[in-house]
Design a protein around this ligand. Sequence first.
Ligand code: GDP
Length: 610
Amino acid sequence: SVADDQSVQNGQDLRSPICCIMGHVDAGKTKILDCIRGTNVQEGEAGGITQQIGATYLPAENIRERTKGLKADAKLNVPGLLVIDTPGHESFTKLRSRGSGLCDIAVLVVDIMHGLEPQTIESLNLLKMGNTDFVIALNKVDRLYGWKTFRNAPIGKAIRQQSKDVMSEFNRRLTEIITQFKEQGLNTELYYKNKEMGETYNIVPTSAISGEGIPDLLLLLVQWTQKTMITRLTYSEKVQCTVLDIKAIEGHGTTIDVVLVNGVLHEGDQIVVCGMQEPIVTSIRALLTPHPMRELRVKGTYLPHKEIKAAQCIKIAAQELEHAIAGASLYVVGPNDDIEAIKKSTVEYKNSVMSRIHKSGKGVYVQASTLGSLEALLDFLETPAVNIPVSSISIGPVHIKDVKKASAMLDKKKEYGTILAFDVKVTPEARKLADENGVKIFTADIIYHLFDQFKAYIDNLKEEKKREAAEEAVFPCVLKIMPNCVFNKKDPIVLGVRVVQGIAKIGTPICVPGREFVEIGRVASIENNHKPVDYAKKGHEVAIKIIGSNPEEQQKMVGRHFEIEDELVSKISSKSVDALRKYYADDLSTEESKLLSKLEKLFKILSFNL
Ligand code: GDP
């Protein structure tokens, strides 16, 4: 209706958009956040900015003041902008509020000197998957050679006053980065040249050090969200709230930090939050925010509120929050609400994530800080390129009970006796027990670092097993004694041979599988052109020394136990074939593999006849 449009225009019915910052490490996410917060502004609390729990709130007034230079006559319909404080945190993109992403918009930070980097692409994929809109901050423009600083200036103005060289260097890098985005399937353009906003993503050049472009970034974030997300940003009485963190606080017991995306919370409200076992029904004892004045901000002191309206980050004190889990929605029970139905919706998301363990019951133990981050980790582990099965999952710090559960897997497969801990702490007791039991715990706050660690561990285990299996595994070979090349008939036997097929290695047991099967001994050394070597391949002519495998037995002798015309063959067994196929499959050529099958058959027949 017209009346509604009017109130929307006046900004009375919109809530503040919620924004998070992502990008490759060192792109400048933290610095941009500092710059937005104005912590580099000398006067301390810059123009009404309030520090929240895990977020910073910029009132519209502050944004208007800082974007004056843009002469945009900033029509701000939203009350402000809520910027989530933990930059680059993968779990944020997965945090949801009633099914859709928690953040309304993201800033993807790209270093203009480096272009797209692995984590930029990773972030892009997360944003695409979560269907989250974003703008690109092309950061560190001040690092262009010869850049003249215009502190906190709009970017257009700053660029126009640069030298020709700086401008052309800027354009060259910009074009390159636009091409890189294109390769990722995205159209991008400088925001003030963008004629197809919505289809073409906006780039805002910035310097987080000298502040150029930061006004543009702020204005774009607010104007773009209030223009394209009216429905999403319309204030509603229905509470939309997500639990971010669970913390014990002196004087308040266990508290939960939440993002109130929409609606209003009151002291005394009855709430339902997701618990590790059961849904938790309790009531809000206190709604807390950090003390607004920095001088008074003693650690652990908070300001209580009777009520708080979205969008804000708040600490809630209540009873029985010990087993609450992060990443799920918080519900408020209204006077006419069916509490059982609410309890059911509370655990729906949790159950959908927790049920994603491997059907075989075999796999690693996975632990994360929130449901969202757990879900992100599971998504990642399931991708074909990674493909790590998961047997159990948990949320929150790694405790002794988790280690116990993980150690049960050690008997099934050593590498599965592993805990992949994403963005959570490990208690010292748990660490100690893990060391004792041989459970590996890998911790990281970037998902693919966990993968790297686990992969290195598996590769290492494989190498170890390969070394252990080296005794057992026998490579196939067929050797022919060359004319006049019996250098020593016995003790040890030294022969000049040609490798007819396969590969002869030091340690290979040699036999003569002729009419009368003879075991000769093991290859003790090989010389090629008088130089010692570890192996000889098909076609090589080498000298080999063979010593008896068993010193108790009579040593074999050329001319007595076998003849110079006889073919010498590596002696294989079903056990040696297994070891070879299991640990050295990659080292066998197709031809060698064929020879192995042939010899395997031969020895089967021989053992049958013996
Ligand atoms: P993050 O890992 O993405 O959070 O990156 P940081 O914010 O910690 O920045 C990484 C490094 O780049 C730090 O040494 C910053 O001082 C520097 N840096 C960040 N933004 C800028 C910028 O706009 N210009 C310049 N010259 N340096 C920057």
